[in-house]
Design a protein around this ligand. Structure first.
Ligand code: SAM
Length: 293
């Protein structure tokens, strides 16, 4: 398996928020391409430990081959199950947790997973392809109302109803299967704009189906609720989100002043220089909080 093609977002900012010292134990709940994990492992040094979690077994396989010799333990799990992951490695509490939400460039590049618009592969969209239902099945099964609701809620798609009607009409001819078929179906359902939009017309629909298939918001709320019990006093949580609904969950959780002292009054955004270098970082928002003693 090849090296990761994912560029980590807001790395320096995450590191300084987490304020790690050598010997500390920290969880990276979203291993992805391993960029953040590597920096965390270097910061805690050989006497420390990074517990690196991802739902995607392919991410773990790829990164564990390239990051040898660093103090890292890997777990294929949902970050909402961090307490169980820690129990399995015999760790009661950790000094920090990092969550960098969403998908990695490696997942985007894997055409068998259907994350990219031009993929001929099935529109799967699961982080863990062994769990739950692939997106194409939902497209072929759910009512127009339910589909429109998903596209509107998670994708903030203005044309959710038109797209949903189009899905239902198309699947009565032939089941929807590939990512590129779904992308062109969405494109044909939304009005042409002039000048053309900078993003693909199916961007919001793909995002919405991905969030639904992976129950992303549910995982995040459960994680935000469960993480404090496994952080040491003054342990820190840093979360990078790419979607306003995620950021809202993070902001609300960190406002609970019985648990958290916030470290970021407003979210940290990437610099213009980072956005130029890595376009994917443009919508990133980083928030951090420290557990009260
Ligand atoms: C944006 S990437 C992380 C990139 C990583 N920080 C780096 O520096 O390369 C997000 C990763 O989180 C994983 N992921 C998303 N939701 C998850 C969840 N609920 N539990 C565990 N992993 C999750 C995805 O499979 C993906 O690999």
């Amino acid at each position: 398996m090849s090296m990761s093609c994912h560029t980590s977002v807001l790395s320096t900012e995450c590191l300084s928020l987490l304020s790690l010292r050598s010997g500390m134990i920290v969880v990276d709940g979203t291993l992805g391409g391993g960029g953040h994990t590597r920096l965390l492992a270097e910061a805690v040094g050989p006497t420390g430990l990074v517990i690196a979690v991802d739902r995607d077994a392919a991410a773990i396989e790829r990164v564990s081959q390239t990051l040898q010799g660093l103090p890292i333990r890997y777990a294929q799990a949902n970050f909402r199950d961090i307490p169980e992951v820690l129990d399995a490695v015999g760790v009661t509490a950790v000094n920090g947790v990092l969550l960098d939400l969403g998908i990695s460039s490696d997942q985007l590049a894997d055409s068998a997973r259907g994350f990219s618009f031009d993929s001929q592969g099935p529109l799967d969209l699961r982080f863990d392809p062994t769990e739950g239902e692939p997106a194409f099945r939902l497209l072929n099964r759910l009512s127009a109302e339910h589909l429109a609701d998903i596209l509107f809620r998670y994708g903030e798609e203005r044309f959710s109803r038109r797209i949903a009607r189009k899905i239902v009409a198309a699947r009565s001819q032939r089941p929807i299967h590939s990512a590129c078929d779904f992308a062109s179906l969405v494109s044909s359902a939304v009005p042409r704009t002039y000048p053309p939009q900078r993003i693909h017309p199916a961007t919001r629909s793909f995002q919405a189906m991905r969030i639904e298939v992976n129950e992303e918001l549910k995982s995040l709320s459960i994680a935000l609720e469960r993480i404090p019990s496994r952080l040491t006093a003054e342990g820190r949580l840093a979360v990078i989100s790419f979607h306003s609904l995620e950021d809202r969950l993070v902001k609300t959780a960190m406002r609970n002043s019985q648990i958290w002292a916030t470290l970021t009054r407003s979210p940290i955004r990437p610099s213009d220089e980072e956005v130029d270098r890595n376009h994917r970082s443009r919508s990133a928002k980083l928030r951090g909080a420290q557990r009260l003693g």
